[in-house]
Design a protein around this ligand. Structure first.
Ligand code: FBP
Length: 340
């Protein structure tokens, strides 16, 4: 009798849901009470609801634009509005979130009846340009603590460096739905299983490789880059066997998707400043800080090109910043070119 070639997976690992993982204290937040656990479950609930809408988008007349323009000057997609509304509704419910700042809204949303001491920043649906063409998009979020003895939160309460985040994550709506989370120590991923209605642990203790061989940048902007960025770009494409160059180019155009690939496989994602976006295109509070918090927790690096993203002092709610994230070695190479 020939030996069976397939053996069943280790079932003992089954059943590590996000909730179990949190309740077993795997996400340590100093001084956290059950409130943080509950808040994280609400963020996960919002991701579950959004993934359901995204996956049926083509059938439910929620593709296309609303005809409005948001604070970023972008045409608003119907799914942007749905995702934004879903985040607000989910976070308002239990009163743990005192206020939410969203990429889609000019001003923060305050929850006056809240009792909890947390603030949430979010890009409810990142990668808007890819929504209608069924390419991976996602939700990005960060959680800050808020001291209620300071009185009700204001817009100023959000203008803090990324170092003050207590938790950050993103949920990618790609070939599968994966929620990546960190509280600063260890990055873990949970894959959505619609049949069980649960997020299950699928990526435990993710480490960003020290060096990669993929670079991700919108080459279409090259005419707008400064010479230093162009020199780096030429260097990364120069053949050098020892250094695994030329690097392979990958660019989805959704930060969540490009960052997720870079986090798992290594390499570098860069959205540097250019003549069209002299401050950079991506938003510090909703996109850069949560992404940087995740990469640093996974042993990667996140830079403006010359300084850590997490040390950047926000001057206003919708501040933009150059974002260079990825493997330590690759981001440091980029920084070396910028320092020339
Ligand atoms: P939003 O879709 O949330 O506005 O995010 C901006 C974004 O789509 C990022 O996801 C992505 O990295 C970048 O812009 C793509 O920009 P470009 O089209 O200029 O390459």
């Amino acid at each position: 009798m020939p030996k069976a070639s397939w053996s069943p997976p280790d079932i003992s690992q089954a059943g590590v849901t996000l909730e179990t993982f949190i309740l077993e204290g795997m996400f340590q937040v100093p001084g956290a009470t059950g409130t943080f656990t509950s808040l994280l479950n609400q963020v996960a609930l919002a991701a579950k609801l959004i993934t359901g809408r995204v996956r049926r988008a083509g059938l439910a007349d929620v593709l296309g634009f609303t005809g409005d323009t948001n604070i970023q000057g972008e045409n608003v997609q119907k799914l942007d509005v749905i995702a934004n509304g879903t985040m607000i509704a989910s976070l308002k419910r239990r009163g743990h979130c005192a206020a939410l700042a969203s990429e889609e809204l000019q001003n923060p949303v305050f929850f006056p009846h809240a009792t909890g001491g947390y603030l949430v920043v979010t890009d409810p649906l990142d990668g808007s340009s890819n929504i209608d063409v069924d390419i991976s998009i996602g939700t990005i979020f960060g959680i800050l603590r808020y001291d209620r003895t300071e009185g009700p939160p204001t817009e100023q309460s959000f203008l803090r460096t990324g170092r003050e985040l207590v938790c950050a994550g993103y949920c990618i709506y790609g070939s599968s739905t994966v929620l990546m989370l960190t509280t600063g120590r260890g990055v873990h991923g949970f894959t959505w299983d619609p049949s069980a209605g649960e997020f299950f642990l699928s990526h435990e203790n993710v480490r960003c490789p020290e060096k990669g061989n993929t670079y991700s940048i919108n080459e279409g902007n090259s005419a707008r880059w400064d010479d230093k960025v162009r020199r780096w770009n030429a260097f990364i494409k120069e053949p050098n066997k020892q250094d695994e160059r030329p690097y392979t180019h990958r660019y989805v155009g959704s930060l969540v998707a490009d960052a997720h690939r870079t986090l798992l496989r290594g390499g570098i994602f860069a959205y540097p400043p250019d003549t069209k976006s002299p401050e950079g295109k991506l938003r510090l509070l909703y996109e850069a800080n949560p992404t940087a918090f995740i990469f640093e927790a996974a042993g990667g690096k996140a830079s403006t090109g010359s300084a850590p993203i997490l040390d950047v002092e926000p001057t206003e709610l919708h501040a933009r910043v150059p974002l260079i994230v990825g493997s330590k070695t690759d981001v440091e190479t980029f920084e070396r070119f910028m320092a020339e």
